[in-house]
Design a protein around this ligand. Structure first.
Ligand SMILES: NC(=O)c1ccc[n+]([C@@H]2O[C@H](COP(=O)([O-])OP(=O)(O)OC[C@H]3O[C@@H](n4cnc5c(N)ncnc54)[C@H](OP(=O)(O)O)[C@@H]3O)[C@@H](O)[C@H]2O)c1
Length: 304
C-alpha cells in the first residue's frame, strides 16, 4: 500500500483532545478530514462532544487503557501533557507508556507535539521530557512527525491579553532577547496536517514552527500589539537576576514554578529560535508576526 492510500483509510487517535491546544487539533481534524477520528481523555467524552468523534477513556499512566484506546489505530497525534496542571510524570512515564503501546499496536505514524530546541535544554524538565519522548519514538522504529512548537502567543489563561487591557505588556527578563512564537490556531492546523499529509517526505521529520519574519523580543511584540490595538503599552518586566535568585527556593515547593524559571533562563540563551524551512516546505508560507497578532487580538477582543 502506498503512503497516500494508507493515510486515506487511516483511523486517527487524538491524545490530549480535551486540552486548550488538543481540542483545537481535534476540531481542525473534524473540519478537514474524512478519516475516522477517535479521541482519548481520562474522563471520556466532554459535554457537547460531536457525534462524529469516537471518545474513549484512557490514561497515560494506565497501560491497559492505552492498549484498548489504540486498537485499530493507524495514526497517533499527541499534545497531552501533565506538567502544566498536574505532574510531569505524564510527560516522562506517560509518554513512554503511550509510545510503547503505539508500537505494540502497529501504529503507522506518530505525530508528536514537541518543543523548539528541546534537546538543547536538559535542565528544563518539560523540555527534557519532550526530548526523551522524541528519542523513544525514534528508537521504537515507528514512523513519526515531530512538530516543534515555540512559545504560545495565546494561552488558556491569557495573561498577555489581560495585561494589554490594562495598558501593560508583562515581560520576563528583558525587552531585547528574541525567541519564537506561534498562535495556537496555526499550530493546531499544522498538527492536523502532519497527521494527514500525503507527501511521504514529511515522514521522520522534525519541524520547527515560527513566524516568517523570525523570532521576536518582548519589546518588539509589545510594539506590534500596540500598533494592532492602538494602545500604548508599558512593558513591565521581571529582571533576569530575580529569576536566577528564585530558582533554588522555588524548587523546594513548586515543580511547575521551577520548570518555568528554568525555561525562561533557557530563553535567555537565544536558542529558543525556530528554523522554519521545513514548516514552509510542508505547510506553506508561515504567517508574519503582525498577521498572527492581529488574529489573536481580534479573538481576545483587543481590536481597535
Ligand atoms: N504553552 C506554551 O507556550 C507551549 C509551548 C510549546 C509547546 N507546548 C506544548 O503544548 C501542549 C499544550 O497542550 P494543551 O494546551 O492542549 O494542554 P492542556 O490544556 O494542559 O491539556 C492537557 C491535556 O493532556 C491530557 N492529559 C494529561 N494527563 C493525562 C493522562 N495521565 N492521561 C491522559 N491524558 C492526559 C488531558 O486530558 P484529560 O484531563 O481529559 O484526561 C488534556 O487533554 C503541551 O504538549 C505543551 O508541552 C506549550
Amino acid at each position: 500500500m502506498d503512503q497516500q492510500a494508507e493515510t486515506a483509510a487511516a483511523r486517527i487517535l487524538v491524545v490530549g483532545a480535551t486540552g486548550f491546544l488538543g481540542a483545537k487539533i481535534l476540531r481542525q481534524l473534524e473540519a478537514t478530514t474524512t478519516q475516522a477520528l477517535r479521541a482519548m481523555s481520562r474522563r471520556g467524552a466532554p459535554a457537547g462532544a460531536s457525534g462524529a468523534v469516537e471518545w474513549v477513556r484512557g490514561d497515560l499512566m494506565d497501560l491497559a487503557s492505552l492498549d484498548a484506546a489504540l486498537q485499530g489505530v493507524d495514526v497517533v497525534i499527541s499534545s497531552a501533557n501533565g506538567y502544566m496542571k498536574e505532574t510531569i510524570a505524564a510527560d516522562f512515564q506517560g509518554n513512554k507508556n503511550l509510545i510503547e503501546a503505539a508500537a505494540r499496536a502497529g501504529v503507522k505514524r506518530f505525530v508528536f507535539l514537541s518543543i523548539v530546541g528541546c534537546d538543547a535544554a536538559p535542565d528544563v524538565p518539560h523540555f527534557h521530557a519532550k526530548s526523551v519522548a522524541e528519542g523513544l519514538i525514534k528508537a521504537s522504529g515507528m514512523v513519526y512527525v515531530f512538530v516543534r512548537a515555540p512559545a504560545f502567543l495565546d494561552q488558556a489563561n491569557d495573561y498577555v491579553a489581560k495585561g494589554v487591557k490594562a495598558g501593560r505588556f508583562y515581560a520576563v527578563g528583558d525587552k531585547a532577547t528574541r525567541w519564537s512564537w506561534v498562535l495556537t490556531d496555526d499550530l493546531a492546523d499544522y498538527m492536523a496536517r502532519a497527521a494527514t499529509h500525503s507527501d511521504p517526505a514529511i515522514l521522520n521529520q522534525s519541524i520547527d514552527i515560527g513566524w516568517r519574519d523570525g523570532a521576536k523580543s518582548q519589546g518588539e511584540l509589545a510594539r506590534i500589539i500596540g500598533k494592532v490595538t492602538g494602545k500604548q503599552l508599558r512593558v513591565w518586566s521581571v529582571p533576569w537576576f530575580l529569576l536566577r535568585i528564585l530558582v533554588r527556593p522555588v524548587k523546594l515547593f513548586s515543580e511547575l514554578g521551577y520548570d518555568m524559571l528554568k525555561m525562561f533562563l533557557f530563553f535567555r540563551s537565544g536558542r529558543f529560535v525556530a528554523d522554519i524551512a521545513l514548516q514552509e516546505r510542508f505547510f506553506g508560507p508561515a504567517p508574519m508576526a503582525e498577521d498572527a497578532v492581529r488574529r489573536w487580538a481580534s479573538q481576545a477582543g483587543l481590536g481597535e
